[in-house]
Design a protein around this ligand. Sequence first.
Ligand SMILES: C[S@@+](CC[C@H](N)C(=O)[O-])C[C@H]1O[C@@H](n2cnc3c(N)ncnc32)[C@H](O)[C@@H]1O
Length: 275
Amino acid sequence: MPYKPDDLFHGAAPYYAKFRPGYPPQFFTELRKRFGLNGTQQVLDLGCGTGQIAIPLAPAVATVFAVDPDHDMLAEGKRSAADTDNIEWLRGDSSNLDSLNLPPLDAVIMGKSFHWTDRTALLSNLDTLIRPHGAVVVVTGELHDAAAAPPWDDVVTSLRAKYLGPRRRAGSGTYQRTEETHFDVLVRSPFHDVEILQWQWNLERDVDAIVGLQFSYSYSNPTQFGSEERCAAFADELRTALLSRYPTGVVTEPHTIEALIATRSSGYIGHLRHR
Ligand SMILES: C[S@@+](CC[C@H](N)C(=O)[O-])C[C@H]1O[C@@H](n2cnc3c(N)ncnc32)[C@H](O)[C@@H]1O
């Protein structure tokens, strides 16, 4: 695996829970309809973070196995879902799913986490864990063209380079952009019937939310700055720069998510492991 899974988001969890926008209700409605979710399904949310998918999905299924390598992400998720009793929060990652003793799964959903995994090896393992008519759902938030970047991106990028250098960090290492798209990796996997869905909406953020959001990323979480003083200095400078561009303190930005819904071909009988 190119990254050490529990090394990527140190210190990010409270910012993640507070400042990441999550997913629109239409996304969950689509999952309900498409998979006929009726409270009997077993679903894995892999790389669940603080529960942006697991928590809204839980009322529609029997169990969500919410798996993440980051202890603090799981703790935040558990706290937010204190009243929900059908989410199992489990520490783990894409490379050790077999040790989690999961039941046969109806769906595996990955929200902005597939890029952290060894995608081909993971899909081949999921082929043994997902029921014959089950699905893999890969959700991404940042689309690949520059047009999808938020309008304040240049302000943040130049200030981040000043504090953390020009290369995109990823935990204690550097981000390695992969040439092959998620779509292409899925198409050559056992889950090769792939449909693409998108949802777009406008998001309103104030300047403090934009500042807080930066501490939720693998490349600019609090640990990257080395000290509370440097975090505070970055936050102050960013707030000032944003307010000078957006004197009202509020920015409206277009937001898009994309879901790749991947299934096996319809005649598939399966080779699910017996447990
Ligand atoms: C960007 S967050 C996504 C959180 C949430 N799913 C969402 O949609 O907002 C990515 C999550 O993937 C987790 N992660 C990193 N490497 C992983 C791996 N190899 N297997 C599973 N999860 C991983 C991180 O700890 C982090 O919580």
